[in-house]
Design a protein around this ligand. Structure first.
Ligand code: NAD
Length: 350
């Protein structure tokens, strides 16, 4: 069986962005506003042509609809994709022009950082619109670096998946983390605190060395990490980590990590099931960051962010249980749940 999920819906709306003087060339894609304003970050990347940027924006906006709905947020899905101007360019002018474009949508799209953009860019955007998050955090309120929240959500999901597969806690188990950047290192620390033994890999040897010293983590090469003897594999580097060779090499019976788009192709979900591996779907477990961004936009507190991030564990367990009961891969179950939530006009904030 090849698991199929995701009804490809065309985005409801897209807006071409163009301001030659400011170097702005891109698109805002709005996939869904059924649950609220379309929320999703702004990516600045090199694209050969406008069509490639648009395709990426549609795909990413769709992904945000699923992630936001699954996280119970009162937001739909959207994304901005900007083509990086060749050579040197005036960053401030570019993001101010982008801010003016966001403002024209009058709150139907809410932006934040993504690959290639940062807090200072969002501060430029904020000069022209209030429909932006990912800015400097104010005391007591949500905001700032989303990575610790993403790490906490993945950790809660990992505990739920381990309980599902091994009927145990993390203590004494081996957790293999591929990519120990902002989220991966935070996750490693949390797992260590729960008594797990760590094996880590990264293309940056310094990051591994730091965790070896701090947590007593074993360091292996990036090509070896998926195949090490471990109970849990956590992909926390780039997307597409779960290709056929990697899935066949896995010793772990739980896969739960922060990276987006972990399945190299949809049929990898079936291969994971065939191998008896409990795969916690990426967008379910890595929603802590967008939960923080959403709360910042809504002016909510850190306590509210924490409450919502702590729901990721039970949600992961519900999905794994349903997948086991219905004989379906967990990503298929997750997509169906998210699609149902997307139909609900009333957001289900818990
Ligand atoms: P990061 O850039 O801080 O860390 C990524 C790490 O992966 C780096 O240390 C890098 O050296 C390493 N790496 C790159 N290629 C590698 C490879 N082939 N093998 C092993 N390591 C490799 O990024 P991050 O913020 O920690 O995000 C990690 C992943 O989680 C990304 O896929 C990101 O899209 C996803 N994610 C992050 C957040 C967040 O809040 N930061 C939220 C949701 C999803």
């Amino acid at each position: 069986m090849v698991a199929r999920h995701r009804r490809m819906m065309p985005p409801m709306e897209y807006i071409r962005l163009s301001d030659e003087a400011a170097g702005l060339d891109g698109v805002i894609a709005i996939h869904s506003t059924a649950r609220g304003p379309a929320a999703g970050g702004c990516r600045l990347w090199t694209y050969d042509d406008p069509g490639a940027a648009m395709t990426d924006a549609f795909r990413l906006a769709e992904g945000m609809s699923y992630k936001n709905a699954m996280a119970g947020l009162p937001f739909g899905g959207g994304k901005a994709v900007l083509r990086r101007p060749p050579g040197a360019f005036d960053r401030r002018a570019l993001f101010e022009a982008f801010g003016r474009a966001v403002e024209k949508l009058d709150g139907r799209y809410v932006t934040a950082e993504d690959v290639g953009t940062g807090v200072s860019d969002m501060e430029c955007v904020a000069r022209h619109t209030r429909h932006v998050a990912g800015r400097t955090a104010l005391p007591g309120l949500a905001g700032g670096d989303p990575s610790p929240w993403t790490a906490l959500g993945v950790f809660e999901a990992m505990k739920a998946a381990v309980e599902f597969r091994y009927s145990s806690g993390l203590a004494g188990l081996r957790v293999a983390v591929s990519g120990v950047g902002n989220v991966g290192a935070g996750l490693a620390r949390l797992a260590h605190g729960a008594g797990a033994r760590l094996v880590v890999a990264d293309i940056d040897p310094l990051r591994c060395a730091r965790l070896a010293e701090e947590l007593g983590a074993e360091v292996v090469g990036i090509e070896a990490i998926a195949g090490v003897e471990a109970e849990v594999f956590a992909p926390c580097a780039l997307g597409g980590a779960l290709d056929e060779a990697t899935v066949l090499a896995l010793q772990a019976r739980v896969v739960c990590g922060a990276a987006n788009n972990q399945l190299a192709s949809p049929d990898m979900a079936d291969l994971l099931v065939e191998r008896g591996i409990a795969y916690a779907p990426d967008y379910v477990v890595n929603a802590g960051g967008i939960i923080n961004v959403a709360a910042e936009y809504l002016g909510e507190s850190e306590g509210e962010v924490k409450g919502r991030v702590m729901e990721i564990g039970p949600r992961t367990r519900t999905i794994l249980d349903a997948a086991g009961r219905d004989g379906l891969p967990p990503p298929v179950v997750a997509d169906r749940m998210a699609e149902e939530l997307m139909q609900r006009p009333e957001p289900a904030l818990a």
